[in-house]
Design a protein around this ligand. Sequence first.
Ligand SMILES: C[S@@+](CC[C@H](N)C(=O)[O-])C[C@H]1O[C@@H](n2cnc3c(N)ncnc32)[C@H](O)[C@@H]1O
Length: 199
Amino acid sequence: MFDKVLEEVEQQCRAERIPMLGPNKAKLLASCVEKAKPSIIVECGTAIGYSGLWMLRVLKTLGTGRLITVEIDTNNAHRARDNFEKAGMADLVDSRIGDAAEVLKTIQDPVDFLFLDNNKDGYFACFKAIESRLTDPATIVADNVGRADQMADYLEHVRSNYDSETHWFESWRRRRGGNEGDNQRERRRDGMEISIYRS
Ligand SMILES: C[S@@+](CC[C@H](N)C(=O)[O-])C[C@H]1O[C@@H](n2cnc3c(N)ncnc32)[C@H](O)[C@@H]1O
């Protein structure tokens, strides 16, 4: 059942153009979770639960850990909750609705894994909002670091203070402004930043 739900969520994201991590980045994210064996993952930017499902599958296999995921769009958050339920993962997820930078301030538990995939100019505010709860060490994964200008404050901070590594991904997509019959494609380069936080 889990695999079927994950496949359906991926198809819905593609059909409705809902941003999602995609399988290549999701595999890297899952491998980070596998390595960190976290007690609590905080995700900023749930969308309809694609990346959440990838992380939950690892937690289920590890037999430990839970996910707190935050989404500002109520409709997306409800769809994600349904998807977690259908995949049999609801008991491992605390799904919250609101601005991640505000919601993170209310988390009291120690957090050993942070995944940033919300509004790109909000990454540093989210990091600051949760910093006092981060364990030493804690893994932080940030998506879309190819858009460095939108998160310059965040990248400057993690790259100058912690072990931090950029993983680059290349993909092809239909040229912006192109239509269905237009085969012109453009190469796209984007990255994920993996940082090991230490206090
Ligand atoms: C790139 S998508 C997330 C994709 C998701 N992580 C996945 O791979 O399936 C970004 C999401 O962040 C949400 N978002 C944008 N600003 C936000 C904020 N301030 N707080 C929480 N979520 C936000 C958007 O509504 C959108 O659903």
